[in-house]
Design a protein around this ligand. Structure first.
Ligand SMILES: *[C@@H]1O[C@H](CO)[C@@H](O)[C@H](O)[C@H]1NC(C)=O
Ligand SMILES: *[C@@H]1O[C@H](CO)[C@@H](O)[C@H](O)[C@H]1NC(C)=O
Ligand SMILES: *[C@@H]1O[C@H](CO)[C@@H](O)[C@H](O)[C@H]1NC(C)=O
Ligand SMILES: *[C@@H]1O[C@H](CO)[C@@H](O)[C@H](O)[C@H]1NC(C)=O
Ligand SMILES: *[C@@H]1O[C@H](CO)[C@@H](O)[C@H](O)[C@H]1NC(C)=O
Ligand SMILES: *[C@@H]1O[C@H](CO)[C@@H](O)[C@H](O)[C@H]1NC(C)=O
Ligand SMILES: *[C@@H]1O[C@H](CO)[C@@H](O)[C@H](O)[C@H]1NC(C)=O
Ligand SMILES: [Fe+2]
Length: 447
């Protein structure tokens, strides 16, 4: 009996398994983690997404009134996670060309054979002189406790923003659970990042396996027209009257991945700033705005760098002993106007500051100031909660510890408006300022 049963079972199993060999295994190819980013000029938009199986087609169907009359194809690259499961993900990147400035496009992405995403839309970057660039700026948003995300989604989908700057630290962390936390995060931010460009710089939470998750999943523009990879560490783009630079403060801390990355980035920054300062370029993009994760100045009481040095000294003055590759001088020398930071889970606005000294403008602190303005905005919400404040320093103008994010409107060559939104207080604006400049360029001590 036992033998007969065994044979029967074997026969049934054979039939079942041969059936699954004869019929094709279904392949799950649904696009996920969809997000967009700006290219090097207003006529481009980059669409990036992930499939969890190897789908070899990367297609975006898009259009204006006739929704899918245009079709663009791109490339897929394999990302292998370094966790124990060695999971693979397939990263699809498609560049949309020749977009009409200011035109709204509908799109979905995927492939004919393996399915399409939901329908999304974006507005191609405007290039007219009336373009007010409305930006959301924040850092330190996790998969868990992403408290600002619903409000950001509401404002994004109702058309209040043109782009997002995420100033490092995301997911907490992208590598955890064999990269599934990163997948969850990327899927969660689809509600904003599939509609407006989501421009990023890396934070310390992205450091796992040499920043490989971060490098694989975003698509920041390089100067030679490629997207993603190393350009996710440092890059620049123009939007309206602003030249925006994203860079890595983390090269200075995770030197086990290569000291040369500090030098390479510094050289690139200097070159990029030089170009941005040619009279022609500075006339077109008078504002130079940077974003990097770890702040040159901070007054939080749970961070030894803030307590002992008032900020991340290595970023500000350079590597210990040799004092090289510091960014405060470089940025002041080329007249950077505004510097965004995060890492501290709070909001702090500084008076115009250089070398720990306040350089207010003569007609008002932020009217033609003689130093860059620093804003630290790292309170979007994550499972590490808040960072409290300690002793106030003379350069610290305003501090707030609610969850929230910054809104920045770049009006024209002379006016930028900034405000801090508190999510704890249901969207109340808890701080605001105008930065007004009649001229842009190197500060007086560099002329
Ligand atoms: C994609 O291409 C690879 C390599 O050529 C192949 O192994 C895989 O089966 C292809 N995927 C699909 C869904 O056709
Ligand atoms: C796809 O790869 C080809 C060849 O490597 C390259 O020329 C092209 O720019 C890539 N396209 C995208 C969207 O990255
Ligand atoms: C904006 O883009 C349109 C279409 O590409 C072009 O014709 C126009 O000259 C551009 N305007 C400016 C101010 O660059
Ligand atoms: C880390 O990645 C960068 C490129 O993103 C590469 O240049 C560097 O060699 C890598 N470092 C190590 C130790 O693998
Ligand atoms: C910064 O200020 C200190 C004095 O507080 C001075 O010794 C130093 O030379 C200044 N550095 C620069 C680059 O101006
Ligand atoms: C800068 O301006 C602000 C606002 O007017 C003022 O409170 C602060 O004391 C000024 N700081 C210096 C050093 O002048
Ligand atoms: C720039 O924008 C500000 C704020 O809207 C406005 O007050 C100012 O007049 C504008 N300047 C020019 C030159 O348009
Ligand atoms: Fe951080």
């Amino acid at each position: 009996m036992a033998l007969l049963h065994g044979t029967l079972l074997f026969t049934i199993l054979s039939i079942v398994s041969s059936r699954s060999i004869l019929t094709d295994d279904p392949i799950f190819g649904q696009p996920e983690q969809i997000h967009i980013s700006y290219g090097r000029d207003p006529t481009l938009m980059i669409v990036t997404w992930v499939t969890l199986n190897q789908i070899n087609e990367s297609v975006v169907e898009y259009g204006q009134d006739d929704m899918f009359d245009l079709r663009a194809t791109g490339n897929v690259s394999i990302f292998q996670d370094s966790g124990s499961e060695k999971r693979r993900e397939y990263i699809h990147r498609v560049v949309l060309n020749n977009l009409k400035p200011g035109q709204r496009y509908f799109y979905h992405c995927g492939s004919d054979d393996f399915g399409w995403s939901s329908l999304y839309w974006f507005t191609a970057m405007r290039n007219d002189s009336d373009f007010v660039v409305r930006t959301a700026v924040f850092g330190d948003m996790g998969r868990d406790n992403a408290q600002s995300l619903p409000r950001l989604q509401e404002e994004t989908q109702s058309g209040h923003f043109d782009l997002i700057l995420h100033v490092g630290d995301m997911a907490y962390n992208m590598d955890i659970d064999n990269a599934r936390v990163g997948d969850d995060y990327m899927n969660a931010i689809e509600s904003i990042a599939a509609y407006i460009p989501y421009m990023t710089c890396p934070g310390n939470h992205e450091n796992a396996y040499n920043f490989s998750q971060y490098v694989a999943k975003f698509s920041m523009p390089s100067s030679i027209g490629t997207y993603g990879g190393d350009s996710n560490h440092f890059y620049s783009f123009n939007v309206g009257p602003a030249h925006i630079i994203g860079f890595s403060t983390e090269f200075y801390y995770y030197t086990e991945f290569g000291f040369d990355q500090i030098f390479n980035q510094y050289q690139w920054l200097e070159q990029d700033l030089k170009e941005a300062n040619t009279p022609k370029n500075r006339a077109q993009q008078p504002w130079i705005i940077t974003m990097g994760h770890k702040p040159m100045y901070c007054t939080n009481s749970d961070d030894t760098d803030c307590i002992n040095d008032g900020g991340y000294t290595i970023i500000r003055t350079g590597l210990p002993f040799i004092e090289a590759y510091g960014l405060e001088n470089l940025f002041a020398q080329y007249g950077v106007d505004l510097e965004f930071w995060a890492h501290e889970h709070s909001y702090e606005r500084l008076w115009p500051v250089y070398n720990e000294t306040v350089y207010n403008g003569t007609k008002g602190a932020y009217i033609d100031p003689d130093a860059p303005v620093h804003i630290t905005t790292g309170s979007a919400g994550c499972d590490e909660r808040h960072d409290p404040f300690g002793i106030r320093r003379p350069w610290s103008a305003f501090r707030n510890n609610d969850y929230g994010y910054t809104r920045m409107n770049i009006y024209n060559a002379s006016h930028i408006y900034l405000e801090q939104v508190s999510d704890d207080q249901h969207g109340k604006v808890v701080d605001n300022m105008w930065l007004i400049k009649s001229k842009h360029g190197p500060y007086s001590y560099f002329e």
